[in-house]
Design a binder for this molecule. Structure first.
Ligand code: FES
Ligand SMILES: [Fe+2]
Length: 433
């Protein structure tokens, strides 16, 4: 369900409001500095591992990577050994890749297809549902209960063709976690998008430093003068904050109503998602899904970028391109040159300062980060991170103050008092994704 005309008008009005304002909106709080320790202090890094990475829904894979029953794929981006399995009945399951006998991996290849997952250490074998099916020399075990020696499951849910996992048995469902974003994403048909490209890049900085370059448009005129700036009117950018730390930016192309596909030179004959509405066709729109997914969306491609910690001062950036079926044509790859040989110019620009910023954060001289209203999504993320960790668990000197109140969280938005009449919040339709 694309945005209604009233919603579109409201968003357009908000863009004009942003362009015209001469200060942050009335009532918007001053944002206290983000303590530099959150990027360099091992205590905060450990809290992130124990809470943020453990309790959040994380994008782990795409159905195209395990398209048929029996297909499996290893996934260790969040530090835990996980295997994703396409089961006989069509379900996608996730398990710790850990044999219930003595912990050897039940899968050693990156990916493949198997009838059973058989541990190579002593031969225990498991079904695609994780049940222990057979062991060698069962007569030598006394009272081994097969029913409680299966593979340990990891929560796994799909949003269309995307496969998400969560290590927390108590976590809300993926749809609850996404909240209103699930309805907003319906027009992109995630159940039809194919995976065209997925690449990994190792960067020498804390993962949040890398991600934050993709969580604000304040930097656009400085580091993207020739690439992004001509196609993104940053003064008309509208940020929206959602529950659970998610956020969205929408900014028109500077010339007004020219489609963003024209602006970035996407050829006319490229396959487009026919249900995508006006905003995604005429604006740059990107979502931040807590904790680590930046998801630009357009009518021609869905190219999310993900950030994973790889130690406190190193991270792994993944670039994906998803698109409607491109038939026999060349699979599109928005973020790299020569099929993953190097990052594209825009991402080279975005990642250029990471290592140096990390050094600054580690220096005696750097104490904290002052953020502007334009960078509000970064602050919102940090508030959500502390909430996820448990505010009292965060050492006081590493905390962010919870200054952005619920009145700024969708569907609340004090800016609406300055623009057109109220528009009802969208509901997810039950049949999608
Ligand atoms: S560790 Fe897997 S069968 Fe022994
Ligand atoms: Fe950028």
């Amino acid at each position: 369900m694309p945005m209604s005309p009233a919603e579109i008008q409201q968003l357009r009005d908000l863009m004009e409001y942003e362009a015209a304002r001469t200060a942050p909106p009335e009532g918007f709080p001053a944002l206290p500095d983000i303590p530099a320790g959150r990027y360099v202090d091992p205590r905060y890094y450990q809290l992130e591992l124990d809470h943020v990475w453990r309790k959040s829904w994380l994008l782990a894979g795409h159905i195209d990577e395990i398209p048929e029953p029996g297909c499996f794929r290893l996934w260790e981006n969040a530090g835990q050994p996980v295997v994703l399995v396409h089961a006989e009945g069509g379900a996608i399951n996730a398990f710790y890749n850990t044999c219930s006998h003595r912990g050897a991996p039940v899968v050693t290849e990156e990916s493949g297809k198997k009838k059973r997952l058989t541990c190579q250490y002593h031969g225990w074998s498991y079904s695609h549902e994780g049940e222990l099916m057979a062991i060698r020399d069962p007569e030598d075990f006394r009272d081994l209960d097969f029913s409680c020696r299966g593979l340990k499951e990891v929560r796994c849910e799909r949003f269309g063709n995307l496969i998400f996992v969560n290590f927390d048995e108590e976590a809300p469902t993926l749809l609850d976690w996404l909240g209103p974003i699930a309805a907003e994403w319906e027009e992109f048909q995630f159940d039809k998008c194919r995976l065209a490209a997925r690449h990994v890049w190792d960067l020498d900085c804390n993962w949040k430093i890398a991600m934050e370059a993709n969580t604000e448009v304040y930097h656009v005129r400085s580091i993207h003068p020739k690439t992004v700036s001509p196609i993104l009117d940053d003064r008309r950018n509208v940020n929206t904050l959602y529950l659970n730390g998610h956020g969205r930016m929408v900014a028109p192309v500077p010339a007004g109503d020219r489609g963003n596909l024209d602006a970035v030179g996407v050829p006319d004959d490229v396959v487009q998602i026919d249900t995508v509405g006006e905003i995604a066709r005429t604006c740059t729109q990107s979502y931040g899904l807590f904790p680590n997914l930046v998801a630009p969306l357009s009518a021609a491609a869905i190219p999310p970028i993900l950030f994973w910690p790889n130690g406190i001062d190193k991270c792994r950036m993944e670039t994906w391109t998803m698109a409607p079926d491109w038939g026999d044509g060349v699979a599109p790859d928005l973020w790299t040159d020569n099929n993953g040989e190097s990052l594209c110019q825009v991402l080279l620009e975005d990642t250029q300062f990471g290592e140096k910023i990390q050094k600054s954060m580690e220096s005696y001289g750097f104490k904290g980060v002052p953020l502007s209203y334009q960078e509000v999504r970064i602050y919102h993320w940090n508030q959500a991170a502390d909430q996820c960790i448990g505010i009292e668990n965060v050492p006081e000197e590493l905390r962010v103050q919870q200054v952005i109140g619920d009145e700024w969280i969708y569907p609340n938005d004090p800016r609406l008092a300055f623009v057109s009449a109220e528009v009802p919040a969208r509901q997810a339709s039950p049949e999608r994704p």
